[in-house]
Design a protein around this ligand. Structure first.
Ligand SMILES: CC(C)(COP(=O)(O)OP(=O)(O)OC[C@H]1O[C@@H](n2cnc3c(N)ncnc32)[C@H](O)[C@@H]1OP(=O)(O)O)[C@@H](O)C(=O)NCCC(=O)NCCS
Length: 155
């Protein structure tokens, strides 16, 4: 897929499927966002379901990505979402989520869920505004002992 979108704040970005050559930039954003996914895992996820791995490109450079996967229950799950810190707050995260919802809807998936750190109020605010509801809490979910909030949205 390839979409040209304009964010609410007027930034033009291209949203397209991840390609293997993007992995360096994806890992740079991942590390810069204090996330701990590794390149091998991302490449595996891409092999499993290429349609679920999208990147946002601005002037030829990758500035964000989202990975959605299918759960054994047949629902969607946001496995990962991050935007280059220099491009945050411009609506790219929202556009990546919207594009990923489109991919899930095409597969007739009814729900999408995700986990978010209790302290990550920016991400949680965005998810709330996009229609996610808090449906659960997992204490000590992350390696550093922080809890996770489980959120879910009807597609
Ligand atoms: C969460 C994340 C992906 C959002 O990406 P983004 O491109 O900045 O998202 P958007 O610009 O679409 O939306 C961010 C929203 O938060 C608000 N926001 C952005 N930065 C903010 C800040 N520093 N303080 C308060 N609000 C902020 C924006 O106003 C926007 O609100 P809106 O929905 O009313 O427009 C990005 O912050 C990120 O990569 N964070 C680190 C990784 C991470 O936490 N991933 C999520 C794991 S669950």
């Amino acid at each position: 897929m390839e979409l040209r979108v304009r964010t609410a704040r007027g930034l033009e970005v291209k949203i397209r499927n991840f390609e293997v050559a993007d992995i360096r930039k994806v890992m740079e954003i991942e590390v810069g966002s204090s996330l701990d996914g590794d390149a091998g895992l991302y490449l595996e996820l891409r092999d499993e379901w290429p349609a679920g791995f999208l990147v946002a490109e601005r002037e030829g450079r990758v500035v964000g990505y989202i990975v959605v996967i299918l759960t054994p229950e047949g629902e969607g799950r946001v496995f990962s979402l991050a935007v280059d810190s220099r491009f945050r707050g411009w609506g790219i995260g929202r556009m990546l989520l919207k594009a990923a919802f489109g991919v899930l809807r095409k597969r007739k998936i009814g729900y999408v869920e995700l986990e978010v750190r209790v302290s990550n109020s920016i991400a949680m605010g965005l998810y709330n505004r996009m229609g996610f509801m808090e449906v659960g809490f997992f204490p000590y979910y992350y390696k550093d002992g922080e809890g996770a909030i489980l959120m879910k949205k009807v597609l």
